[in-house]
Design a protein around this ligand. Sequence first.
Ligand code: AMP
Ligand code: MG
Length: 411
Amino acid sequence: MELFTAGLISLEDARAKMLAQITPLADSEAVAITAAAGRITAEAVVSPLDVPPFANSAMDGYALRTEDFANKQPLSVAGKAFAGAPFTGEWPAGSCIRIMTGAPIPAGAAAVVMQEQTESLEDGVRILADVTAGQNIRLAGEDIRQGASVLAAGVKLGAAELPLLASLGIRQIRVLRKLRVAVFSTGDELQPVGEPLAAGQIYDTNRFAVRLMLETLGCEVIDLGIIKDQPEALRAAFLQADAQADVVISSGGVSVGEADYTKQMLEELGEIGFWKLAMKPGKPFAFGRLANSWFCGLPGNPVSAAVTFYQLVQPLLARLTGQQADALPPRMRARASGVLKKSPGRLDFQRGIFSRNADGDLQVISTGHQGSHVFSSFSQANCFIVLERERGTVQPGEWVEIEPFNALLGG
Ligand code: AMP
Ligand code: MG
């Protein structure tokens, strides 16, 4: 086995090597919470107040004093408390207060009896159930205490976090500045979408895919277009990208063909971290350092480019922005419902469709042709089937690992 995997670095080693070198960005800025979706907290957020800010009723009903708890007790109603309009009047002994959900608990009240457990009388109500102290009262600070940390640094702000900030009356928050990522495609055969194809030309898929994934991740994209397979053109692109971006991502030109100059450029203008992965698709993948930025050279084949972006660039960008969450969803076990062709030697990321079978087990089936140029496999798939490096062809019924797609791939 070693023979044909010699010189290849495993995905895990590559990822670890990459992440070990990276220190998160430090620059932050203040943004309004209405403009903060997708941004990442630069510091922990501490609550400026108690939530709820005051004790209030969890039910529509009647607020009672302790001495009036007795079952079957008839009570007169001294006044009303609404959400937004507290009871402020006199509260004579032997009476209760009509109270609505969310209304402040009147001073001296020890419990709220829900309306359904009372009987209306001509001149008041009768309590029909046993009452315990504190029932149906939401205490001040029960959800969040003033001064408590509500969000850590390195948290991406979305529908779970921003409404929480709104509930605390926080209008502005410090977030990391957006990562600037430069992207270009290399290849004399590439045409931008919208141009007619001449003989031997194909459309540039990768730049489109990478740009979209970067936008989904909240990066600021610097699109340098299509670069010819000429050392001069490539050098100029590298220099321009490095001058403008935190991360530079190219695609194509990382194999060992005669027009593959990326490695040469990286050697000349920077430092190579690693080069070839024991991974399929995605064997040629370059990682390195330029004068001011990190460089990732994706393979040219679109499936390989997307898989390596997903498995390596995504965690890199998460680390650079100090994110605590692992960018990749957890793996699960599923039963192969068909044959999965594979030869030992490289970790394989096949595209699959998983579902639950009649026994409640997860099952997975291949999307079909697994060629690294078959991009259509992604739109049918909802997961990667991750087949271990030394594994051979999988027979129906065998257990395999799957990795459900996250939002980058439409999961
Ligand atoms: P390369 O890594 O440059 O040798 O490219 C490998 C394969 O991927 C070739 O068939 C290229 O035509 C194809 N390819 C390279 N870049 C792109 C791109 N941006 N979009 C679509 N296919 C590409
Ligand atoms: Mg090429």
